[in-house]
Design a protein around this ligand. Sequence first.
Ligand code: C2E
Ligand code: CA
Ligand code: CA
Ligand code: CA
Length: 278
Amino acid sequence: VLRHAIQNATARELRRTSHRAELAIDATALSDALERSDVYVHYQPKADIRTGIVRGVEALARWTHPTLGPIPPDLFIPLAERSQLIHRLTIDVMNQAMLQNAAWRARGLHLPVAINLSPTLLERADLALEISSLQQCHGLTPDHIVVEITESSLVTRVGTALSVLAQLRLRGFGLSIDDYGTGFSSMQQLARIPFTELKIDRSFVRGAPERESLQVILRSAIDMANRLGLVTVAEGVETLQEWRMLQEFGCTLGQGWLIARPMAGDDLIGWMKQHRVQ
Ligand code: C2E
Ligand code: CA
Ligand code: CA
Ligand code: CA
């Protein structure tokens, strides 16, 4: 009974905190945060599912508010999208990620970095050019950069978005379909864009070792992507059973807490040494 009461109280407190954060954060607060460099980037490894060797990282935005503490991305990314701050935020994240990539490279580490692109940004006809200029400024080659776009954003976008994606690919950037399986895209839609990678959503990975229906979906998504010549990535791998199952299904890369939580760029080299994953 006591444990239950404590759990309830904790849940209430969590709800209250996130409610407080929701009330207190608005476009002005986010704009100030970008100004003060309170928005920074953490990196989560994507590892070869057979050998455990790290093949790349995903850049994930973090915001620590001076009084409210960490604000979850699921709160501030939608806010950025609503308030037109998403372009500024994304350029900021890209700049930080590219600087970090160059720093890793100076220490002998060649790790492509994946950046999340909000669907609203795909309306900007000059986006590919802008990312290219950034990449050149940082002395990187385009194969160091992967762009992740959620599957759901492909369904409704037409015209400009498709052309921006094609331009990114032509310029040599990696193109990844994020959260695959949640967006109801058709094969025809996927085939129109020259993707290089498919990331299977966490919801298909979690609990899959105990659920045959999830295994069927996983197996066919991995088979299809492999046949199309895409790198397959499983998201949110938390257990060794999930990892082994994905190995058996022929998945290329795995990302999740089993390997590592997202971490600061400077911690990655030390982490890799400690875990002998390279
Ligand atoms: P996402 O792109 O699907 O990123 C993966 C999310 O799953 C991250 O949450 C990551 O911390 C979390 N994750 C990784 N491994 C595990 C695991 O094993 N178990 C569980 N339960 N979770 C895991 P995070 O960092 O909170 O980001 C949430 C979402 O916010 C991202 O989902 C992405 O859609 C968005 N986001 C984050 N940074 C950016 C950004 O710079 N730009 C844009 N447009 N969106 C971003
Ligand atoms: Ca992503
Ligand atoms: Ca994802
Ligand atoms: Ca997601």
